[in-house]
Design a protein around this ligand. Sequence first.
Ligand code: GLN
Length: 304
Amino acid sequence: MDYQQLIERLYQETKPLAAQGKVASYIPALAEVPASRFAISLITRKQEKFQTGDHQMPFSIQSISKVFTFILAYKNLGAAIWDRIGREPSGTAFNSLIQLEHEQGIPRNPFINAGAIVVADIILSICKNPKQTLLDFVRTLAGDQAITFDKQVALSEKTTGHRNYALAHFMKGFGNIINPVDEVLDLYFHQCALAMNADQLASSFLFLANEGTNPFDQQEVLNPSRAKRLKALMLTSGLYNESGDFAFRVGLPAKSGVGGGIVAVIPKQLSIAIWSPPLNAMGNSIAGIEALERFTTYSGQSIF
Ligand code: GLN
């Protein structure tokens, strides 16, 4: 398969579709990102790289970070994590409060905001220095020590994060947040503010194409069974209330963020990251989804 030729084709065909979306505007640091940015970065299990566009330009990974923090918590708690978080698709917006009332403060899955806030609470309980632990973990996964938090984004997340405060306090009312809300959200806002480029993102998910083992240092990140389960969660909940449509159109486990990034994995084969900031109504990158749909169509590869 000539992946370079394929991603160049995706670039040409799908970049113009970004014009149909809207760049996230809830904080200036995201609103100011040019809508025309576009990157595709693909890395195979054998570490062959295929890249095009703005693939070296860092952007705010936002909700993609929920995968990293979930791994840290899952490694530590194992199956006990399911006492505090569900594993069903939510069918509601990523920042919705509605289901939490019905379901007694237990979020539907780890990839909606409520679920990620519980995960942040778990990490706070198990780590002395949670932000540094997260940073070290992501750097190791990506095989790149240059990754950092964008402090300005983290601060803006805090000043505009009213719904996240509401979610956290609401869950604390149900006893599902143990640490002080401010400390939990400080970690959550920093994870959202991780700045990574498409190359680093593709590399950091490559372990999922390698049955749970980091191909850069041969360390097991998750055992094969847990890696399989994480991919199942990404397939069913990775794109919020668009996860079903994404599985239908693309057919890969993936995770998106409101910075316009989407990273997807073909088990045993490769990881691919796309970045295009304009979003659809569900908060997912319009051109990113389209590029991934054409990627699986043209290459004839998907998990189905
Ligand atoms: N910072 C955003 C929030 O908490 C992240 C959401 C996202 O990427 N969907 O609302």
